[in-house]
Ligand binder design. Structure first.
Ligand code: HEC
Ligand code: HEC
Ligand code: HEC
Ligand code: HEC
Ligand code: HEC
Length: 374
């Protein structure tokens, strides 16, 4: 035990992605203060994963494990993104209420510079009287305002949504994936899809009538059918049923799945009988496989950060990519009436026991008797 601990401590060369302490010692204001005037945006943000980035149980469980495994060292790493105000306040013990607000209003709206550095990017913040974003000629009694084009750019998100773990493995690469996609060339930034304009008041009094959605909602129009599946051709000679499926990353500006390697995309194809029962089921998984130094696969978020040494495989669908997948079925072919293909996300976080969550994305079916039978 002691030996294991000291080995860990020796291996503790943490990369600190966002240490850039501003000379100004001003403190951040609570989201509740902003909410008094920015009611619509506050209510929006409140339900986002940004607001829950420090308090949601999926994070706290992974964090607790990382913290224990590193004798507390992990705090200087995890909190830089999940409770980013600590970079300025130094509150790594999480005693200040603002720390629990996670990715909070005043953290983002006081960013004055972003230094992009391939997965180890840093922010410079100047908390205080000036709040920065995309409005021109904004006027507020509470604070000064400033326009910055960075707020309409993917750069702002890159500081957290592109990261290397402590062994310098590029485990989360959403920004880099976006950067090489056609969306980057067209100037379609993260915000165009994840913070679309919706109705609402920029401020309760004197505000404009459109706001940018701060909820990171998964239900907005652009998120529907992010992955499409289509059956191209099915043949059944009585011994072998072969089907060709086309799967496309149709809507995302980066690979699907993106972000943490704990997310998997599953394509599931089933043969169905007259009564609608499944006869045979086949699956294909799209994911990024990260392994430890003894080639054990790590899936759980905390472990990916701490012990991931190498990307062993990556078959995720890149932005805009289509792939043709062949499936072969052999059971009870005489009874097959149709084929159903569907996709869903699986997510394997460490809660208290490992649970798997399924999120359906799209589904297609094809009647087998209408397709060329040979
Ligand atoms: C007393 C009311 C009040 C409070 C409190 C307040 N604001 Fe504002 N804020 C406004 C008004 C009014 C505007 C102008 C809106 C417009 O022009 O559409 C504004 C504008 C802004 C802008 C736009 C700046 C620009 O130029 O793009 C940002 C960002 C902002 N506020 C952030 C915040 C944050 C963060 C907080 C909390 C720390 C906060 N505000 C607290 C009233 C307030
Ligand atoms: C200071 C760090 C930080 C910045 C800046 C940031 N994010 Fe995040 N973001 C996070 C963290 C941490 C989470 C995960 C929260 C959790 O689930 O615990 C997250 C979650 C998300 C999610 C939800 C992911 C999911 O699993 O559903 C989306 C979408 C997202 N961010 C988009 C953006 C966009 C767009 C921007 C730029 C405008 C941005 N973020 C800027 C840290 C950041
Ligand atoms: C062209 C639109 C588009 C652009 C541009 C885009 N995204 Fe996405 N993003 C999507 C779609 C669609 C999904 C998948 C649907 C979902 O997971 O809810 C997604 C998923 C995500 C997720 C994972 C959410 C989850 O639940 O799996 C994160 C995190 C994310 N995007 C962050 C970003 C960041 C950061 C950028 C910019 C570097 C960006 N996105 C650019 C459309 C886009
Ligand atoms: C992850 C960083 C982030 C957080 C957290 C965040 N904002 Fe924003 N905010 C942005 C970005 C980026 C824009 C501009 C979006 C665009 O141009 O597409 C914006 C725009 C705004 C604007 C200008 C009006 C509008 O909707 O465009 C106001 C006001 C504002 N935010 C207030 C707030 C308040 C209040 C909170 C907390 C309740 C908050 N923001 C939390 C990044 C953030
Ligand atoms: C450089 C920024 C960064 C660092 C450092 C970081 N994270 Fe994250 N983390 C994110 C972002 C961004 C997301 C959400 C989107 C994604 O999957 O990329 C996330 C997602 C997660 C999730 C999934 C949460 C959910 O609700 O789905 C867990 C758990 C997590 N991180 C734990 C940790 C732990 C534990 C550490 C420290 C060992 C850590 N993170 C360090 C940026 C970071």
């Amino acid at each position: 035990m002691i030996r294991r601990l000291s080995l860990l401590l020796m291996a503790m060369a943490f990369v600190l992605p966002q240490i850039a302490i501003s000379s100004q010692k001003a403190v951040f204001e609570s989201a509740k203060v902003c909410g008094e005037c920015h009611g619509d945006i506050y209510n929006n943000w409140k339900k986002s994963l940004h607001a829950l980035s420090y308090t949601n149980p999926i994070f706290t469980n992974a964090y607790r494990k990382a913290y224990t495994d590193t004798a507390g060292k992990a705090k200087e790493y995890c909190l830089n993104c999940h409770a980013p105000t600590v970079v300025v306040t130094g509150d790594y013990g999480a005693n200040l209420p603002i720390t629990a607000e996670g990715v909070t209003c005043d953290f983002c709206h006081t960013i004055t510079k972003i230094h992009l550095n391939g997965g180890n990017s840093t922010f410079v913040n100047k908390p205080g009287k000036t709040k920065i974003s995309v409005l021109k000629n904004a006027d507020s009694k509470h604070h000064k305002t400033k326009y910055s084009a960075d707020f309409a750019s993917s750069k702002l998100c890159a500081g957290c949504h592109d990261f290397k773990n402590r062994h310098n493995v590029h485990v989360g690469v959403t920004y880099s994936e976006w950067k090489k996609s056609s969306f980057a060339k067209e100037g379609k930034h993260c915000q165009s899809c994840h913070m679309p304009e919706v109705s609402g008041k920029t401020a309760n009094e004197g505000g404009r009538n459109k706001i940018h959605d701060h909820s990171l909602s998964h239900n907005v129009e652009s998120m529907k059918d992010a992955v499409t599946v289509r059956t191209l051709k099915t043949t059944n000679d009585g011994k072998r049923l072969k089907t060709k499926i086309k799967i496309t990353n149709a809507k995302a500006g980066h690979s699907i799945p993106t972000g943490t390697p704990a997310r998997l995309l599953i394509l599931e194809v089933r043969t169905i009988d007259e009564k609608g029962n499944t006869i045979e089921k086949k699956k294909r998984t799209y994911s990024k496989v990260i392994v430890t130094k003894d080639n054990r696969e790590v899936r759980e978020d905390g472990e990916v950060f701490l012990y991931g040494r190498r990307i062993a495989a990556d078959n995720r669908l890149q932005a805009g990519e289509s792939r043709i997948e062949n499936f072969l079925f052999t059971s009870n072919l005489g009874k097959v009436k149709k084929i159903i293909a569907k996709t869903y996300f699986m997510y394997r976080p460490l809660v208290t026991t490992e649970v798997e969550m399924k999120i359906s994305i799209s589904e297609t079916e094809q009647k087998v008797d209408k397709t060329p039978l040979r």
